[in-house]
Design a binder for this molecule. Structure first.
Ligand code: TRP
Length: 378
């Protein structure tokens, strides 16, 4: 929206736009977050008795106050989890990344999850969108969340338009304490930005604090989310203590790359995104056309090897589909040496994705009958 940037390769990361080559170190500096250090990762692994793939492979790379949340937890003050989704269309596997870690944290820390489905946000920020469509996507997207295995008794989905009564008083308290000048500086709002959009950050802040209203317990929220959502938490953290709450903590992930050359997985480029509802032959086609680090000919590749660092297929093994560290290292070695050609990796990845999706799609359909159990109650 607001950022007019002539240079196409220039990095732009806002909650509503991500483009250019993303420099994650630079984001840590510019957003003022903390790097996820080995020490903190070790502490997480000790707490959970598991060094989760997404943590040990660096998919999550930055945080705010994760250490403080663990300190509090050690002293007996638990935390709740909060994350969400802007339901502007179907879910792709990139969207699942923070949800997968969230599920791991729910299991290991036995905590509640508040999940915000922001049909309102997607309505106000997109000129072309219709509210009823966003709401419909919200219910469809909730099926993907549920399919990952969250506990119904500890998971509370907030469908914004339907459940706004639960958020509205909190959003008002938040909104009253954030000036337009702060919001403008944080989000780049302009004179042409509509009012719904300008108020929106107060609504995304509200679930950080909803646990106290529902249960009387004052505990911090920990938010697993992609780094682009950080501006929301910056302004929310500034006012949290004034309202008598803990500052919400975050753990930030990178963007899952698309199957094309560079760029994150994006629903607006459907040929380079794997949707959770894609049938096997569509997955096969998309992976077959993926950008790899391979050479022009098989002969050349056998001689000089290929480059997994720039290969989109390898990123999927790394971040999602190859749990086994040894096997991953082996795949990487064979790629660099030219022993394995791209066709083989593509075939393996297609198989892995389709195996995962077959299960996911079954659970997703089953979720239609349980979605009510996950819907937040009054
Ligand atoms: N704004 C997010 C999006 O467009 C949706 C969202 C709401 C969210 N609350 C959240 C995402 C908390 C992560 C964490 O996708």
């Amino acid at each position: 929206m607001c950022l007019t940037d002539e240079n196409k390769n220039e990095m732009v990361v806002t909650p509503w736009e991500v483009r250019g080559k993303v420099d994650y170190e630079r984001l840590i500096r510019e957003f003022g977050t903390q790097p996820l250090t080995d020490e903190l990762l070790k502490r997480m692994a000790e707490h959970t008795n598991e060094h989760h793939l997404q943590l040990r492979r660096g998919l999550f790379f930055s945080h705010r106050d994760l250490d403080a949340v663990l300190d509090l937890n050690d002293r007996g003050t638990k935390f709740v989890l909060y994350t969400g989704r802007g339901p502007s269309g179907p879910v792709h596997i990139g969207h699942l990344v923070p949800w997968i870690l969230t599920k791991h944290l729910q299991d290991k820390f036995d905590t509640r999850l508040y999940f915000q489905m922001t049909d309102d946000e997607k309505f106000v920020v997109d000129d072309e969108s219709k509210l009823a469509d966003m709401t419909k996507f919200g219910y469809e997207n909730a099926l993907d969340l549920i399919a990952l295995g969250f506990k119904p008794e500890k998971t509370f989905i907030i469908f914004d338009v339907q459940d706004i009564d639960l958020l509205y008083d909190i959003a008002l308290e938040v909104a009253k304490r954030i000036t337009y000048s702060t919001a403008k500086a944080t989000f780049g709002f302009q004179d042409s930005t509509n009012l719904g959009w300008i108020f929106w950050p107060a609504i995304q802040a509200a679930p950080c604090f909803i646990h106290k209203k529902l249960t009387g317990e004052n505990v911090p929220a920990l938010i697993p989310a992609a780094i682009d959502q950080d501006p929301f938490w910056r302004i929310t953290r500034d006012i949290a203590q004034k309202l008598g709450y803990y500052k919400p903590a975050q753990i930030h992930c990178r963007f899952l790359p698309g199957l094309g050359e560079g760029g994150k997985m994006s629903a607006s480029e459907p040929e380079t995104a794997i949707f959770t509802t894609d049938p096997p032959e569509v997955v096969k086609r998309k992976v077959w056309n993926a950008f790899t680090g391979g050479k022009g000919t098989a002969a050349e590749q056998k001689k000089t090897g290929a480059d997994p660092d720039i290969c989109s297929v390898f990123q999927y093994f790394l971040y999602l589909f190859e749990e086994n560290d040894k096997k991953l290292t082996e795949r990487e070695k064979q790629c660099r040496s030219g022993e394995t050609l791209c066709g083989e990796c593509k075939k393996d990845l297609t198989e892995r994705i389709n195996r995962f999706l077959a299960e996911h799609q079954k659970k997703r359909e089953k979720a239609r009958s349980t979605v009510d159990e996950f819907h937040i109650k009054r």
